[in-house]
Design a protein. Structure first.
Length: 192
C-alpha cells in the first residue's frame, strides 16, 4: 500500500483483495483496505474515493453493513465535502440503502444484460456492454439513472450530494480503470 501521510486516494471497505490491489496499483493510486471495525476511527486519513464492493450487506461475505449504518453521518459528510462514493450490489434479496443520504433500494435478480451506450461520464464504470448484474436499483429523489437493464430498470445510478457524488450499481464486475481515473479526477479529499 502506498500511502501519503494523511491522505489515500481510495478506501475500499472490506477485506484485502488481490484483484482490487492489482487494479489500484496499475493506476498508481494510493489505497487502503478498511475493515468495517476501523470505520469511524479519528486516525483514518482523508480519501478521494470510497468503494464498497459487492456483498456488503450479506453476512456470509461481509461484516460491513452494521458499520455502514453506524457511519451514516460520516458517509454523508464525506460525500458532501467532495468525495466520490462508489457502491456495488449488497447481494441480499432486497436492500434499502438507509445509510446513504439519498434514497435508494435494491432488488436481487441475477442476469446478463446488454446495455446501450450513454454519454454520461460515470458509465465508464463498465468494462463491457454485456455486464453481469446481481439485481436492479430503484432510485429515489436525488439520483438519476445512467444505465438500464433490458427491462428498463436502473443498474447504474448517480446522485450529486453537496460537492460530491454517489455512484451505485448492481453490475457484478470490477470497475473499469477508466472509471477510477475519472472518479479520482473529480473528487476532493474528505474525511470518512
Amino acid at each position: 500500500m502506498r500511502n501519503h501521510s494523511n491522505m489515500s486516494d481510495i478506501a475500499l471497505i472490506g477485506e484485502r483483495n488481490f484483484l482490487y490491489e492489482k487494479l489500484f496499483g496499475e493506476l498508481n493510486a494510493s489505497f487502503q483496505f478498511l475493515s468495517p471495525a476501523v470505520l469511524g476511527s479519528p486516525f483514518l486519513p482523508r480519501y478521494k474515493m470510497v468503494m464498497i464492493p459487492t456483498g456488503f450487506a450479506n453476512p456470509d461475505y461481509s461484516k460491513a453493513l452494521p458499520a455502514l449504518r453506524r457511519m451514516k453521518s460520516n458517509i454523508s459528510d464525506f460525500v458532501r465535502k467532495g468525495g466520490v462514493l462508489t457502491v456495488f450490489g449488497p447481494m441480499v434479496p432486497e436492500h434499502n440503502y438507509d445509510w446513504l443520504p439519498l434514497p435508494l433500494r435494491y432488488v436481487c435478480e441475477l442476469s446478463s444484460q446488454a446495455v446501450a451506450p450513454t454519454a454520461d461520464e460515470c458509465a465508464c464504470l463498465l468494462c463491457t456492454s454485456t455486464p453481469e448484474c446481481d439485481g436492479y436499483l430503484i432510485a429515489g429523489e436525488g439520483f438519476e439513472t445512467v444505465l438500464k437493464d433490458n427491462k428498463a430498470r436502473s443498474i447504474l445510478v448517480r446522485g450529486s450530494y453537496g460537492d460530491g457524488l454517489i455512484v451505485a450499481t448492481s453490475v457484478h464486475e470490477f470497475p473499469a480503470a477508466e472509471y477510477i481515473k475519472w472518479a479520482l479526477s473529480r473528487a476532493r479529499p474528505a474525511k470518512l
